[in-house]
Design a protein around this ligand. Structure first.
Ligand SMILES: [Zn+2]
Length: 49
C-alpha cells in the first residue's frame, strides 16, 4: 500500500489508475486526474525527503 502523492489517498499498487516515474521513484495515483496533476508539476507533489 502506498498513497497518492496528489490527494494523499491510500492506493494499492496493483489497483492504481496510473503511475509515473520521477527521479527514479515510482508514484501511484488514485485517478487519472491526479496523475495529470503530478505530471504537470512533479516537483510540487514528489516526496520531499
Ligand atoms: Zn489522488
Amino acid at each position: 500500500m502506498t498513497n497518492c502523492p496528489v490527494c494523499k489517498m491510500d492506493v494499492e499498487e496493483k489497483k492504481a489508475r496510473g503511475t509515473s516515474e520521477y527521479k527514479g521513484q515510482t508514484y501511484y495515483f488514485c485517478c487519472k486526474a491526479c496523475k495529470k496533476k503530478f505530471d504537470e508539476n512533479p516537483e510540487k507533489f514528489a516526496d520531499k525527503k
